[in-house]
Structures are given as structure tokens and as C-alpha cells.
Design a protein around this ligand. Sequence first.
Ligand code: CUA
Length: 288
Amino acid sequence: MISAIVVVGIFAVIVGFSFHFRKGSDAVRDPLPERFRDEIEIGWTTATAFAFLFIFWFAASTQLHHIVPPRKAFEIHVLAKQWMWKSQHPNGVREINELHVPIGQPVQLIMTSEDVIHSLFLPALRLKQDVLPGRYTYLWFTADKPGVYHLMCAEYCGTGHSRMVGRLVLMTPEDYSRWSSSQPGAEDLAKEGELLFSSLGCSGCHAQTSSVHAPNLRGVYSHPVQLSDGRVVTADEAYLRDSILLPDKDVVAGYEPIMPSFRGIASEAQIIKLIAFIKSLSGEEQSE
Ligand code: CUA
């Protein structure tokens, strides 16, 4: 509406002046009065500049506000690969090219890719986010209407790109829990992570009983970590993932960079489970 008003205003002035100053008219063609050249010109320019800055701030802040998920979001991991969508629910239920989601509560998708850049597009929710190899990207939403909607890849990712489609199933919380408990072979993500934690050898150094001097992982998630180069970072998913794959990148203060990289050893799906396990470790000491 504001743009329309501006456009109409400018056109009215163009047409009006074209007529008024047409060739042969007896319009006054003297220089503008001083006042028009200074005060009014400067005042008008400044006022409109601030008006548009305000509009930009207003629009951007609502968008920014929507990027940060609420603290208590229901987390679903999404793993893209050529050419399918895989998802894993907190209780370990896995899906391919389907995404079952409860309505009425904030849901956060934690997404990464095993190969190339994909993009998760949920048109019914007006959401689209690139899914990148080597890092996590996020989407969050609170759906309010049950139903079955499209889910698709919106980034050309190879010959099978057009087949990378699926269904987004929005369900009432009761239907969702009925659905998820009826799925086969579901093992809690954090539990699977715990098994990996020992089978991949992490526990050799990070267990509390270990003689190796390695950072304690209890309660580390979402808390600030002091690094040896003086930076302080928050231990989010990306930090944990980097610590597993690029252990030299963020060395915790007071520790030697002796951890080997698990690049090529732990798959993206396994890293998701390891992170789920580390997130499940509370800060309190537990008797083991
Ligand atoms: Cu994945 Cu296009």
C-alpha cells in the first residue's frame, strides 16, 4: 500500500508537471526559492529515508524473530541424500520421504546432507531451507491444521532431484503418539548414541572413569565452553558435530588437541545419534 501511494504520487507529479511546463505554456521558469532548495529538500529526503529504515527494521525484526526456535521445541532430525529425505524422531522412529509431525507445538527440524546441497521445501507451511553437507541448518514451525501436504527438494541436486518428494503429515498429538509408538524397531536416539559412544571408542577417553584427560561431556550441551584460544562458544549441535569431525578446530581450554577426527568413521546418521546422547547427559553427576 505504501509503495502504491508513492507510485501514484510520483506519477501524478510527472503528469502534472508535464502538462504545466509544456512547451509554450506561460509557467514561471525561474529558479526555485531558496527554501525549496535547502530546508524542504533536506527535510523531505531525511524523513523518507528514516521512514523506509523504520519499515525495513519492522519487517526484518519479525523475520529474525521467526528464525530463533523456542527453547522447548520438539526436535526431528532430517538427513538428505541423493535422492531421498530421511528423518529421525526423538524416540528413534525413522522415516523415508515422509515426515509425521504433531500439531499445536513448536517443532524444530535439524537438517544436514550426506552428499550435495538440497533444500527442504514445505509449501503448505511457507517454509524452505537449504540443507547443506558438512553443517546443520534449522527450520522450525508450529503447525495448526492436521492434513497431508507436499514435501519436496527445491535445489537441483542431480538426476533424481525431481523424485525427491514426499509427504508432510500433520497430526494431532494423540494421533502422532499412536503413530510413533506403532512404528517398528524404534530405539531411542540417545540410547543408540550411547551404544555408538562405546562402540566407536568415545567412551575410552570421555567416560568419567577414563584415565585419559578428556573434557567431561555431562551437561555440556547448550552451555558456554571456554576454548584454549580464548574464545567462548555455546555447545550447540554444530559445535558438537565439529568437535567430532574437526577436533582441532575448537579445543577446550586446559586440554591437549589429542582427539582423532571421526571424519569418514562416523556417518551423519551416527553423528546425529551421538549428539542426541550427549544432549541427554544432564549436568548432574551420576553413579555408574
Ligand atoms: Cu535434493 Cu534436489
